[in-house]
Design a protein around this ligand. Structure first.
Ligand code: FES
Ligand SMILES: [Fe+2]
Length: 384
């Protein structure tokens, strides 16, 4: 059943095409959502159907004689696949199958995309903003960096405490794990940290996540994902990140080496009550969005690093990424894959290792699985 619907979805998506007119390159569609029977370029009026075929060229007979409509249709995305409602596309026809790329990360992604029957949907539209930093700062932090949270985000946590509460009692969870995938993906999460969601997203969201939907989540995903993982960060290599439970999803689009354009969505369970969906929408707006109080903490760190890296000497500095370097394990009884303590940089090493490997490779065939080993990073630091 699921397979049939996936095949159908891929058939619909097979007409996905570059949003670019083949005459002078004008953007064909400037809306983020909606319906249309055709796309007519606003520059000179070339018209395309929704499957992406050029169907009309103004003054064709007199001006051109004949335009080959097949040849001058927009560029199609050659490789498409989906996972739990997410659509992945790649311009490179040689790219390995999505299934292979996601690998062990799927088990962790299901924490956000498969908790209850019916899957998820986006609410509130796409939010876009620009941050003056390299795309890897954002992707690495969501991949591996829980370490910044108790320090960078302490102010909004204190602000969310009940009136009269003692700010010195603002405690941060200590228990949790991190996972690193050989293909560069990573995630980290607290374990058994009740109260975390309520403080950040409010009562209605916390009640839905921790009570209403929890029995079904446990039945589908088991005890550890259904009941114990709280407050996760996650990156699917290279540039797709999300925070399960908080339910923000974002793609980090590089705008050159010094700037990113963030496209962020709020994700909710499709069958959640309408009031919960709206509570989620507002809560994510308040916390992790262009004006979100926690988003500012992150963006501030990334832009300041980027500014300092303009200096010639600053760019040559060796930084310490050794946290948890001797604590990798492959035998966690509850978790698949390579894991470590929640405050670790194992997944960051995996992310940068994979990126470096890709930058050096001539083709997909040259890529191994595993990136740079922790031993080589240790050796580099010892020699510094
Ligand atoms: S650029 Fe689209 S019709 Fe000219
Ligand atoms: Fe953060």
């Amino acid at each position: 059943m699921a397979f049939t619907s996936k095949v159908r979805l891929l058939r619909i998506l097979s007409s996905l095409f570059m949003n670019q007119c083949r005459h002078r390159g004008m953007r064909l569609c400037r809306a983020d959502a909606g319906n249309s029977k055709a796309f007519v370029c606003s520059y000179h009026g070339w018209a395309y159907d929704i499957a992406g075929k050029l169907v009309d060229v103004p003054f064709e007979d007199r001006a051109y004689g004949k335009v080959d409509k097949e040849q001058w249709s927009p560029i199609k995305v050659p490789c498409l696949d989906t996972y739990k409602g997410l659509i992945f596309g790649c311009w490179d026809e040689q790219v390995p199958p999505l299934e292979e790329h996601l690998g062990g990360m799927k088990w962790y992604m299901d924490l956000m995309f498969d908790r209850v029957e019916g899957g998820t949907e986006a609410v509130g539209g796409v939010h876009k903003w620009v941050i003056d930093c390299n795309w890897k700062f954002a992707a690495e932090q969501f991949c591996s960096d829980m370490y910044h949270a108790p320090f960078s985000h302490i102010s909004p946590v204190i602000a969310a405490m009940p009136p009269g509460a003692d700010p010195s009692q603002a405690a941060w969870p200590m228990e949790g794990r991190q996972f690193s995938d050989p293909n560069g993906h990573g995630t980290g999460f607290f374990l058994n940290a009740p109260g975390f969601l309520q403080a950040l997203l409010g009562e209605e969201v916390a009640t839905y996540y921790e009570e209403t939907s929890r029995p079904e989540a446990i039945a589908r995903l088991g005890e550890i994902r259904g009941a114990q993982m709280d407050g996760s960060h996650m990156t699917v290599f290279p540039s797709l990140s999300f925070l399960p439970a908080i339910n923000t999803l974002r793609a980090w689009h590089p705008r050159g080496p010094n700037q990113i354009e963030v496209w962020a969505l709020t994700i909710v369970d499709k069958k959640a009550p309408a009031s919960v969906k709206d509570a989620y929408r507002k809560a994510v707006l308040r916390t992790f969005s262009a004006g979100g109080i926690l988003e500012q903490d992150d963006g501030e760190n990334w832009t300041e690093i980027q500014k300092i890296l303009r200096g010639h000497k600053a760019r040559q500095t060796l930084f310490n990424a050794q946290m948890g370097i001797d604590n990798d394990r492959h035998d966690d009884p509850d978790l698949p894959g390579k894991t470590n303590y929640v405050y670790s940089e194992m997944a960051a090493r995996g992310f940068y290792g994979r990126w470096q490997e890709m930058m050096m490779a001539e083709s997909w065939a040259d890529l191994s699985c595993g990136g740079v080993s922790d031993d080589s990073i240790k050796g580099e630091a010892d020699n510094a």
